[in-house]
Write a protein that binds this ligand. Structure first.
Ligand SMILES: Cc1cc2nc3c(=O)[nH]c(=O)nc-3n(C[C@H](O)[C@H](O)[C@H](O)COP(=O)(O)OP(=O)(O)OC[C@H]3O[C@@H](n4cnc5c(N)ncnc54)[C@H](O)[C@@H]3O)c2cc1C
Length: 293
């Protein structure tokens, strides 16, 4: 049974904004795989909901004229994984969201919901951080775009104003061109399990494949919100592609990450995972980029 006070349905972004202004206490409902579970558990019982699920304009992946990739916030995980633009240019994102829950959850769950819930374990988030993604928000005064790292304020809290909804995720062209990415989700079992720690890496090598021109590495569940490991990134930039350097890079992540003890895993295990996943993910990226170790 779902204890819901009222359900309002928006069929356009403008209508959603109007409903947000008319019902300031109402919660946005996309696929509902977080919200409806919480309501059934009694956590948000008696709430008003604004469903945005019927806004078809917010669904799909587009390669923009300037080369940026635009993912509508209502795009489901299974859509993202199967999309040709994603597969061609940022396959790592399709692979990452293919690790979410189960086929049913991947069909109903949206990338907007996965980022707007503000959860550090969200399987899309670390890859979006490693891609330097931008978040598009639309409100009564139009659109604004914020870097994903600024979108996350603290655990469970993101930068959405009372009149806004998230309308798209944008991956700028220069952030994916010539980069090769890999995501590793460590969880206790292969399906239907929340990430213990997840690591996403993006690598750009020199033309001769012997030097790291740029590396971006991000984690889920290495802190209260998804995060980058900037010390490791700074260390590896300009260094030669070697076993020694990727070991140093992996150890350097400990300067940035800040995992905690939880019933799922100890801080020590998560620190170990951060180092090991960095090592394995960057190795895979080097191989994808045509480099040799
Ligand atoms: C059995 C099960 C297994 C799961 N496994 C995983 C997993 O392995 N990995 C993982 O990352 N997640 C997992 N999840 C969590 C969930 O499926 C994802 O977080 C999903 O992406 C949420 O998307 P949704 O469209 O269903 O969001 P909803 O439940 O509709 O909304 C989630 C939150 O985001 C807000 N919101 C949604 N869209 C917008 C928008 N466009 N603008 C503003 N606010 C918005 C809502 O108000 C709500 O606060 C699991 C859930 C279940 C039930």
């Amino acid at each position: 049974m779902y204890d819901i006070k009222a359900l309002y349905e928006a069929h356009s972004v403008d209508e959603a904004i109007k409903l947000r202004l008319e019902h300031p206490d109402a919660q946005i409902l996309a696929g509902g795989s977080d919200v409806l579970v919480q309501i059934r558990e009694g956590k948000r019982a008696g709430k008003e909901l604004i469903s945005i699920y019927m806004i078809d304009d917010m669904r799909g992946v587009t390669l923009c004229d300037n080369g940026d990739i635009r993912i509508g916030s209502l795009t489901s995980f299974s859509h993202i994984t199967k999309n040709e633009i994603i597969q061609k240019y940022i396959n790592v994102l399709g692979e990452a969201v293919d690790m979410v829950g189960s086929p049913q959850i991947r069909n109903i769950g949206t990338i907007g919901g996965n980022t707007c819930n503000g959860v550090t374990s969200a399987d899309s988030a670390s890859t979006l951080f490693a891609l330097d993604a931008l978040v598009e928000l639309t409100g009564e005064n139009g659109k604004r775009v914020v870097p994903i790292a600024d979108f996350y304020i603290k655990a469970g809290v993101v930068d959405i104003k009372p009149d806004e909804i998230q309308t798209a995720i944008i991956i700028p062209k220069e952030k994916y061109t010539d980069y090769y990415g890999h995501y590793i989700k460590y969880a206790m079992r292969n399906a239907l399990d929340i990430t213990t720690t997840g690591c996403s890496v993006n690598v750009k090598l020199s033309e001769d494949k012997k030097t790291f021109l740029d590396v971006r590495i991000a984690y889920g569940v290495a802190g209260p919100v998804p995060m980058r490991a900037k010390s490791a990134e700074t260390y590896i930039k300009g260094k030669s592609v070697s076993e020694e350097n990727i070991k140093e890079f992996s150890n350097a992540v400990l300067e940035d990450v800040n995992p905690r003890d939880s019933w799922r895993a100890s801080k020590a295990l998560r620190q170990h995972l951060c180092v090991e996943l960095a090592y394995r993910a960057i190795k895979e990226c080097v191989s994808l980029a045509g480099g040799e170790l």
